[in-house]
Write a protein that binds this ligand. Structure first.
Ligand code: SAM
Length: 291
């Protein structure tokens, strides 16, 4: 009986056959637990209508399950050594396309329009290389792709930051950057033993569902994100002090105090207590004063 790739025995067999050595620098921790993969696929909302994009197929553990459950899979893999392996392990499936490319350099938008039909819902699903989790997700979100959801395995701590609520330790500028584009939810935590080799950090599955439009209207997105970052520059400082620091020497303290007042936001609060709506009001008041 042919076992799925995502089992310890089959994975070991493939690694031995190809004399494969893991590259830590590429975040290579392969999934060896089919139950976890089924969880990922069902949370991703994949069905036989759907197109799936995967980042980093490795030896094909998740790719195989996507091929079984989706209409078509397109996967980006940076490591050339894995191409012949994937050609072998995924040979039984005819609905997979592997693209040998660094995802950070890929034109994903073009790939989506050329590989999937326009009516087809497209979902991104991945066990991400942890060394570039945040750059990958922020790039994909900023690129405004026609992807309905992102269901990704990432470091637990980063998942918690992306899905955080105000007034929590994890809430910060990354939370706002992600929640401006999506609704974020930590779906489940995953034990280290689900991977080969086991990673040094804990892992979680994060689901991001793209919003039709941002939850707030800002005059200028770049300025908004910049002000959010400035508000968290030193977490223990008040909003007022962080903003004074950021805008000096152009604006003095009195100007900052006055703008905070105009926005109706107490400068003694800390950045971590502001909702995305309050950040939008604040950024818009400051932006109007600059322009
Ligand atoms: N999907 C497989 C699994 O779950 O078993 C492998 C996941 S492993 C955590 C991450 C994969 O991403 C590796 O195959 C690695 O070579 C690939 N990778 C690393 N950096 C990449 C990049 N910049 N672009 C595309 N793939 C990358």
């Amino acid at each position: 009986v042919n076992k799925y790739i995502a089992t310890p025995s089959r994975t070991k067999e493939i690694l031995t056959k190809y004399n494969f050595s893991f590259k830590k620098s590429l975040g290579q921790n392969f999934l060896i637990d089919t139950n976890i993969l089924e969880n990922i696929i069902s949370h991703a909302g994949i069905d036989k209508n759907a197109g799936a994009i995967e980042i980093g197929p490795g030896i094909g553990a998740l790719t195989e399950q996507l091929a079984i459950h989706a209409d078509k899979v397109v996967a980006f893999e940076i490591d050339q050594r894995l191409l012949p392996v994937l050609q072998d392990t995924l040979q039984p499936y005819s609905n997979i396309q592997i693209i040998h490319q660094d995802i950070l350099k890929a034109n994903v938008s073009e790939v989506i329009s050329s590989c999937f039909s326009q009516e087809q819902p497209v979902h991104l699903v991945a066990n991400l290389p942890y060394y570039i989790t945040t750059p990958i997700l922020l790039k994909l979100l900023h690129d405004n792709l026609s992807v309905e959801s992102f269901t990704v395995m990432i470091q637990k701590e980063v998942a918690e930051r992306m899905a955080a609520k105000p007034n929590s330790k994890s809430y910060g500028s990354l939370t706002i950057a992600v929640q401006y584009y999506t609704e974020a939810e930590v779906v489940m935590h995953v034990p280290k033993r689900a991977f080969m080799p086991q990673p040094n950090v804990d892992s979680s599955i994060l689901k991001l569902v793209r919003r039709e439009k941002p939850p707030v209207q800002v005059h200028n997105e770049t300025f908004f994100f910049m002000l959010v970052k400035a508000s968290f520059a030193q977490r223990r400082k008040t909003l007022r002090n962080n903003l004074v620091n950021h805008f000096k020497p152009d604006w003095d303290k009195e100007t900052i105090v006055q703008l905070l007042e105009e926005a109706g936001i107490d400068g003694n609060r800390r950045g971590e207590s502001l909702s995305i709506e309050e950040f939008a009001v604040l950024a818009n008041a400051f932006y109007s004063a600059v322009n």
